[in-house]
Design a protein around this ligand. Structure first.
Ligand code: NAD
Ligand code: COI
Length: 333
């Protein structure tokens, strides 16, 4: 049996080599390139592929894999929003993801973004770098004074809630599915409008679907409290960037922490060198604000997460090839 892996980074190699040693019946080969119609032929001779990318998976790439007899794809991450389920079904692919590699990685990053906004850390840093050791005007806010609205109480949202409660914040939550533990604590509100109206800080932890693209738009922002903070460590397309910029300009929004950006591939992973070279005026607009913190979709990026992403994706791909039904199988129907 042979598995071919795409987009392998140096930091993933030790875990991948460990997995290969523990699974001596499987031959592993890899490339640092992403899966595209051009690179798909590199997998020739393999029975399945393991991959990770934030760019869309093109139908052309899937067609080349299929021509080579490959029908099993295992991604090393959670979100499956860059696949067309229609393409997967028409071409007969089975897809697995890694639904839980370390929710704490993303939750901790979320809390750090929130804390940096509440304590105005970017402003303090600029003052410090200019040799200014004075306090004003960077007076901060405490977590325990905040009502934090958590949208999405899945694996990541629930860890976010637990950490927030440790800080003494008041948490309210919204999800289309009610988790029994969160329900028992009485944290759920009935609607997104309740979250918008009551929250000092709003944090997003839902998957991206066609139906919730730009859910944070002008109309949602209008309903929010003046001076709200918004944190997004889920998917960039959940927020309408133009509406966010307007909310920041109007001072309706006091700040934003963004690990993900709408159409982020035009920015992340590239060597632009400086804000001035950013290819998009809206991202440049956000990046130069001291009350907006942008991180390069690295909320997931911890040693624990990377190790688990490799192990679980390779285990899943092996199981698919052997004709098993791993619990990481995505229902694409
Ligand atoms: P999860 O599936 O465990 O939880 C998602 C929750 O969202 C579920 O409880 C679901 O019922 C709820 N939900 C779905 N649609 C909803 C809607 N329209 N309104 C309200 N609730 C809705 O997923 P998770 O592991 O918590 O991850 C959440 C998202 O975080 C992922 O889908 C992914 O996009 C993103 N993510 C980002 C990073 C990163 O590095 N920034 C890493 C991992 C995951
Ligand atoms: C995910 O796991 O869905 C992420 O957003 C992490 C990233 C490496 C794609």
């Amino acid at each position: 049996m042979k598995i071919f892996a795409y987009g392998i980074r140096d930091d993933e190699k030790p875990s991948m080599e460990k997995w290969e040693k523990e699974n001596s019946d499987v031959e592993v080969d890899y490339t640092d390139q992403l899966l595209t119609p051009e690179t798909a032929k590199l997998a020739d001779g393999a029975n399945g592929v393991v991959t990770l990318q934030t760019t869309p998976y093109e139908r052309g790439a899937l067609e080349v894999l299929k021509e080579q007899g490959i029908q099993s794809i295992s991604i090393r991450n959670v979100g499956v929003d860059n696949f067309s389920f229609k393409d997967l079904n028409e071409l007969g692919f089975k897809l697995t993801n890694v639904p839980v590699y370390s929710p704490n990685a993303i939750a901790e990053h979320t809390i750090l973004l929130m804390g940096r906004l509440l304590r105005r850390v970017p402003e303090v840093d600029v003052k410090f770098d200019n040799g200014d050791f004075t306090w004003a005007p960077t007076i901060g806010k405490e977590y325990r004074e905040q009502t934090v609205g958590v949208i999405g109480t899945g694996h990541i949202g629930r860890v976010v809630i637990k950490i927030l409660q440790g800080f003494g914040a008041k948490v309210i939550a919204y999800d289309v599915y009610h988790n029994p533990d969160i329900e028992k604590q009485g944290l759920y509100v009935d609607s997104l409008e309740d979250i918008y109206k009551q929250s000092d800080v709003i944090t997003l932890h839902v998957p991206l679907f066609d139906s919730n693209k730009h859910m944070i738009n002008e109309s949602a922002i209008e309903q929010m409290k003046d001076g709200v903070f918004i944190v997004n460590c889920a998917r960039g397309e959940l927020i309408d960037t133009q509406a966010l910029i307007k909310g920041l300009d109007d001072k309706k929004i006091a700040g934003a922490g963004l690990d993900v950006l709408d159409n982020e591939n035009r920015v992340f992973g590239k060597e632009w060198g400086s804000i001035d070279n950013l290819p998009s005026s809206d991202i440049k607009n956000l990046a130069q604000r001291l009350n907006v913190i942008i991180t390069p979709h690295n909320a997931f990026y911890t040693e624990t997460a990377v190790h688990n992403m490799i192990k679980i994706s390779f285990d899943s791909n092996k199981a698919l090839i052997e004709g098993q039904t791993p619990d990481t199988l995505i229902n694409t129907k």
